[in-house]
Write a protein that binds this ligand. Structure first.
Ligand SMILES: [Zn+2]
Length: 209
């Protein structure tokens, strides 16, 4: 899906102005801002303006309609409450807007799509999706942790996995992939996941017939 960009400038107080040590995790938050107009674009504008000089920043904000990116994936942001820890310095942060209870499930769906895209891009598995809670013990993403707005954390992770499975094979692999599917050698899902030795030998074995 489309990612709108409004990348924050260096030097502002909300910007650590440092690169991530590595891209190892995706951290999920909810904004905790229930004002009606507190959608993804508003948060993008807020960060672009320096987050009101707070040391608060994150990479993506997602609502029911849009995704806005505020920092490059390779930049550190202040979102995890763990200082120089792995949350702030090894993870990409996604904030899900909770300004619209009726649209919350849609916003979570968009966030799941984005999380899946990031996991695939950086070759991470589903275990690398973390709650803000995991880094600092804060009750965030609050509505997902309690399930009080109709989407549970387990359902969110399931949706991320579904989106990863929907991924299409690369152009260079397409012909071989379609051949494998048509011969019943591989299932038509998860083209970018690693396979085990037993899966590899089974595929070879099936291809003999
Ligand atoms: Zn949070």
């Amino acid at each position: 899906m489309k990612i709108n960009r409004k990348i924050c400038k260096a030097g502002l107080k909300n910007n650590p102005n440092k690169p991530l040590r590595g891209i190892e995790y995706v951290t999920i938050h909810t904004t905790g801002n229930t004002a009606k107009d507190a959608n993804a674009k508003m948060h993008a504008d807020y960060q672009f303006g320096g987050s009101g000089t707070r040391e608060a920043s994150w990479h993506y904000t997602v609502d029911a309609d849009e995704i806005w990116q505020s920092f490059e994936d390779t930049s550190a942001c202040w979102h995890a409450g763990d200082g120089n820890g792995n949350g702030n310095f090894e993870s990409i942060a996604i904030e899900i807007c909770d300004n619209d209870k009726a649209g919350f499930a849609l916003a979570c769906g968009n966030a799941a799509e984005l999380a899946a895209e990031l996991l695939l891009r950086y070759e991470l598995d589903i275990s690398r999706v973390k709650q803000h809670f995991a880094w600092s013990g804060k009750d965030c993403p609050r509505e997902l942790r309690s399930g009080v707005w109709g989407v549970t954390w387990a359902e969110f992770l399931e949706e991320v996995k579904n989106n990863m499975a929907k991924d299409k094979p690369s152009e260079w692999a397409k012909e071989a992939w379609e051949w494998g599917v048509s011969k019943g050698i591989i299932a038509d899902d998860n083209p970018k996941l690693n396979i085990t030795k037993e899966q590899a030998i089974t595929m070879l074995y099936k291809s003999r017939q």
